[in-house]
Design a protein around this ligand. Sequence first.
Ligand code: ADP
Length: 918
Amino acid sequence: MAVDQDEGNCKYCIFPETSASVHHNVLSRLDIGLISLDKDDRLIHFNEMVRNVTGIEETEVIGKELNDLVATCGHSASSFFRHLLRTRQCSTQINNVPFKIVAHDGSLKYLSCEYIPCHNEGSTSNGALFLLKDETISTICSNNCIFDDQKTNASHLPFVSFLWKCDDVWSVEYVSDNIVQFGYAPEELVSGGLDYADIVHPDHLEALMDMVDGFNGNYFSHEYMLLTSEGEPRWVLERSYAVRDDVGNITHFHGAVLDIHERKSSEKELASMNLQEKALSKLGGHALSCNDIDALMNYAVKLVAETLGMKFGMIMEKISDDRFLLRYGYGLSEWCVGSAIVDGNSSSQAGFTAVSGKPVILEDIEKETRFKVPHFLHKHGVVSGASVVIGTNNEPFGVLCAHTDEKVHFSDHDINFLQSVSNILAESIGLRETIGSLELYKKLMNQSNDYIMVLDTITKKFSYVSDRVIQDLGYSESELMSQSVFDPECFMKTLDMFEIIRKAADEGTFLVGSEFVRKNGSSFPVEISFSFVENEGKIYMVLIGRDMTEKKKAHQILSESETKLSAIFDNASDLICLSDMDGIILQVNRAMAETMGYQSNELIGVAMVDVTSPEFRADVPKIMAEIIEKGPVTVEVDLLNNNGDTLPMEIKAQVIAYNGKQRILSIGRDITERRVLENAIREHADQLEYSNGIKDMFADVTSHDLIGSVSLIEGFVDYLSSIEENSEKKHILGNIHDSAEKLRRTIHSASVFARMNSSREMELQTIDLRFVFRSSLDRLFDRAVRRNIGVVLNSPEPCPAYMNPIIEEVFFNLMSNAIKYSPDGSEVVVDIFPDGDRWKVSVSDHGPGISDKDRSRIFERFSRADDSGISGKGLGLAISRMALKCHGEELHVEDNAGGKGSTFWFNVRVSDEFDNFQ
Ligand code: ADP
């Protein structure tokens, strides 16, 4: 894996770099210098190390002969090439002594040089290589050239040479002038103003002292940090020799201190790059294998923090245009992870990063002016940090940040690392979304009621079949996948696939009716659509099948019902007519044609208005408008038949959708007979009205005339009885009087009954039932006394009822019957008591009672239970029942609960007008 930088954007790439570029990179980064010559001894290549040491530019020397270079180059370069020539001359001898040059940066370098000639098979020269190694350190440490050199040209030395006294603080007895590179003057140290121990970094002093104290060899090498006069720590390498006195005790150390700070930094950076590469590779692996996005994100924030040596790692997720949520955090307190929110605009580091689209480094929280540092970072003591966008700038997922509680420097590598992590996360989110939507499509396809299949056009086999195919056909997935549509054994009944492919290619989608054969041999009709799709350069055929069993059934039912409907249409006795919205006839049934006296086709195209009787023609447009505006309408109109006769019709008409168009359906019924009947009924009603009037008049006239005649008879009988002496004649006259009285009662009852039958409305008024009772009793008093029958009333006071005065007839009849059918000396009881919003009135006697068989018929006119010798006309109960019926009430009879006899009872409405009776 490698980090490939492209215009400042880092992209995580999993492809290896080409070996040529690796070669180039390796050669240019080598510590070893490389110079190559062609067969004509011309310089064709040298690497970065040579360039750095000598400062030679390619344009000056490439293509030139080595010999010429000695003469033509500037002083330092020409001496360098002279050394190369000398090395070539000596290459047969063993000569490893490094040569000395003043490097490009002015420092002194010791280089060893090796000459490697290249030969072809015939021993002809094929060029040569020079390998150069930097032997500066080993050279100066391994021989006494130091002092030679320092005396000659100290300013060229790459190291500072010292002579220390072996005391507690390492007093400096000699130091070369180039100590100034650390900001000190030689005099400061030699004079004793500063000891060497004073300029060693305090953190490293102890270890250095321990090492020197216990030292008993010839020389040592040690790496530690010095402090410059500015207080800046710098890594140095010290190589020192022990100087002993005559008895072998160490009195001094003399040695060289080389500034290796740059190398150390490079090493550190290399190590951290190494660490980062490893971290990225781990994260990449994790991203591919981990299904849980939360786990991956949490892993990433921890990884980032640990790899960069930060205390905190976090991902701020963009949750809306103007807000970021601290979604994942490492090293942060629980209270803020999942709840801390920062602004989405550039007033927060996250927002600033997302808006700028570039990595943002927070050098020092105290000095930050571009954005506001959120509260939770302050709370954690954050001092510096860096952030990069996750995802695209247009639609970022969020921002990845690494922060810590001390001031740190972020190198380009650190930022690249952060960006690479963010890229892996973004790719992983994208991948997950793709996988998620793929899963969704798969689910949708499997849930579809259609049979979905994908055919690989190269293998001619199915590369996908939806669950529905597997379930409904009874094959396993692999059995289906191994079938080919070109195979006659395929579950899809053999189709002309070549024709289908041609049609689908021409028309985009092609629909064909076919059959699916189940594994068990049964089959069902399907309709299949064929179309092509292209994916990643491959062409697939998509087949979508639909079960047509139900549709076929429905189709059959529909055609059957259409046949039935047309039979109904033709055989209906009603007149059926279909017209357009202008009333032009489109279709009529047989009944209509026959009734109208036409052939069916003669009526087609005729306007409805033309077959309507002139008297109704003006109404036709109005009726049509009403049908269209208000919906179904029923009208009575006269049509005109072929002979010009009118046909009275009741027509129901409405707008219907027929074959996708609006039509008016009219159903007519011949109402000629109904009209005749209606006329007859109307006449009959008139007649009834008339005869009711006659009857009322007759009742009134007859009762008046008859009662008048009866009164006359009674008057004469009374007169004759008063003058008659003969007792026998007197008895006969008494009988005549009784008969006359009976006759009067009968006439009265008959006239009441007749009037009740013809009267339509009852006039109601408030009457106290006790008065009604008393007035009836007055009329019966003599009869009761004659037979020693007591009549008792039980009632509250008062008993206001809302009724017609005719109710007195009911009281009278019931009390009269009770007295009539009671044994002498017995008691008749009348009870009146409230029953809800009505009064219950009952009349009880101790007579013979009414047998069950008689109960239903005694209320009929002229109906009597028995002929026990008690006289009667059988009208009283009929009249009573009729009177109650006119009040909406019934007359009931039951056995007398108080013993032998019967109880007749009825209800009558309570009147609210109590006041009149208080
Ligand atoms: P009638 O004039 O015959 O009494 P009603 O219509 O009043 O005519 O009565 C019809 C018949 O009902 C009577 O003939 C009698 O048989 C029977 N009936 C009426 N009231 C009583 C009663 N209180 N006790 C026994 N029978 C009765």
